[in-house]
Design a protein. Sequence first.
Length: 155
Amino acid sequence: MNSTLTTICSIAMLFTTPLLSAKTLEFTIDGIKSNKGKIYVQLFKGEGNYQSNKAYLSSIAVAKQGQITIRFNDLDVDDLATDGADANDLSSDYAIRYYHDENDNASMETNLFGMPMEGYGYSNNAKANYGPVKYTQIKFHLTTETVLNTSTITY
């Protein structure tokens, strides 16, 4: 009797709990000027994490002149939010920032005014204007399909 009740409760929970699925993001960086160094890419989930510099995932790729594509697999997507059930649910919003560490010292070089001396960029091909871009400019929503996002690096 207890095992039957447990089974029924478990099945009921499956139908009442929001479903999560795992999706893929392909992020392409164009305009890389050299094969020197590495490309550091940070993926942020939500504005709070972007503002506090807490990357959800990160990736390091060997620099390749021209173009590279970084793939993030198994990302969480709230199916109810993608169906429009709750427009305020931003659990599937992500953003990317990256830089080209040409001298391979694992940090972005800046000048006396704090302006980057190495290539950098953001998702949605957003461009910085005297400081980092706002989250609203770089965020994108993961859907039930593979998401493609492209950026041209700024040197």
